[in-house]
Write a protein that binds this ligand. Structure first.
Ligand SMILES: *Cc1c(COP(=O)(O)O)cnc(C)c1O
Length: 378
């Protein structure tokens, strides 16, 4: 997987040659072959076990034949307008991405150069580090507290160092923890006016029922500073395979800058139509959020009963201290047909991140994890 870049190595920029590879988790086909399991339980990518709204399949069916041979709308006008209406922002301040990951990348391309400083959190989302480093930027990662929370003092000091860009995920990935409104306001106030503040709300729909969880757009709306809030259709809306996310920016000049670096047809037409359909099905979203919330609470309690330390999560995944080397635990889980992600950041080598699935699959996961970790104690 991690092959050496020969013989092209001498051509590759130093920043690129030194990058860590993104870890997408184990391949389900390989895990099926390894385990002999009739059905692999994939808990590695925070996908929705409840799928997309039925309206999505219909939207895709209507557009399928045409969309294969025609380029998509390069401006994504209808989707941007639908998003604008639903959030009461002008469509001209909405930027669409081939997943919100694509917008993380566009933001780095538009804003960062060699030596620029980027501030983000650890443990964190690897692309918040990889994309800045592609541009030659330096990344400073602010650790979370011992209880997986936001460390206000450490963030204050890091922001005072004058970053050009700040990546903050709320809820955070991999911990699932949220910043409350006061904490978010401190980051906003502490981020230099000359810096771009990027608030990544990939899991916001799951956190919204929590009264402590702030609506990032509401907090940033009136701020006289550059910002962009990123959201996605991949997680709660269940469209991960179609690749569509969006950003709402502080001003149209930022959207225009992102448009300059954006590949013109970055979001295919099926994804655009599907996202409009998904956005319209409030009942499906509400049901996904409700069922996920119940499962998160239930599975976290069960794991804690078994003696595992589990970070408090307001998202659709759990960050679990297994008490053993996570790469070994993960390999053992693969042998039983379950895929989770072993965490690799320093200090978290015993942690796995497991996405929630259906109650049946989650129970199988808890049982196997408990067996594997009990065996490791002998
Ligand atoms: C999943 C995720 C995303 C975006 O995923 P896309 O599928 O590209 O929209 C962005 N940020 C974080 C923190 C995520 O976990």
């Amino acid at each position: 997987m991690n092959h050496v870049l020969e013989p092209a190595t001498s051509l590759v920029r130093r920043e690129v040659a030194g990058l860590p590879a993104y870890d997408p988790g184990a391949d389900p086909g390989e895990v099926a072959a390894l385990s002999g399991a009739a059905r692999v339980i994939k808990l590695s990518n925070n996908e929705s076990p409840f799928g997309a709204s039925p309206a999505v399949a219909e939207a895709v069916r209507l557009r399928l034949a045409e969309s294969v041979s025609r380029y998509p709308d390069p401006t994504g006008k209808r989707l941007a307008e639908a998003i604008g209406r639903s959030l009461t922002v002008p469509a001209g301040r909405v930027v669409l991405g081939n997943g919100s990951e694509n917008i993380l990348e566009l933001v780095c391309q538009a804003v960062l150069g060699p030596g620029d400083l980027v501030t983000t959190q650890a443990p964190g989302f690897s692309l918040h580090e990889i994309f800045p480093r592609v541009m030659g930027a330096r990344v400073e990662k602010v650790p979370v507290t011992a209880g997986f929370g936001f460390d206000a003092a450490a963030w204050g000091a890091a922001l005072a160092a004058g970053p050009k860009l700040v990546f903050l995920a709320n809820p955070c990935n991999p911990t699932g923890a949220i910043l409350g409104v006061g904490e978010l306001e401190r980051v906003v106030a502490g981020t230099p006016k000359s810096a771009l503040l990027v608030l990544d709300e990939a899991y916001r729909e799951f956190a919204r029922p929590d009264p402590e969880y702030p609506d990032g757009l509401a907090v940033l709306r009136g701020q006289d500073r550059p910002w962009i809030v990123l959201r996605t259709f991949s997680k709660a809306y269940g469209l991960a395979g179609l690749r569509v996310g969006f950003g709402v920016a502080s001003d149209t000049a930022l959207v225009e800058a992102l448009d300059r670096v954006r590949t013109p047809y970055n979001v295919n037409q099926l994804a655009q139509d599907a996202a409009i359909a998904a956005l319209g099905d409030h009942a499906h979203l509400a049901e996904t959020v409700r069922r996920t919330g119940l499962e998160i609470a239930r599975v976290a309690d069960r794991l804690r009963d078994k003696g595992f330390r589990v970070a408090p999560s307001s998202a659709n995944f759990l960050f679990i201290d297994t008490g053993h080397r996570a790469d070994r635990v993960t390999r053992e889980l693969h042998r039983t047909g379950i895929i989770v992600k072993a965490w690799r950041e320093p200090g978290y080598e015993n942690f796995i991140r497991a996405s929630l699935s259906t109650p049946e699959d989650n129970d199988v996961f808890v049982r196997r994890l408990t067996e594997i970790c009990a065996k490791g104690k002998r």
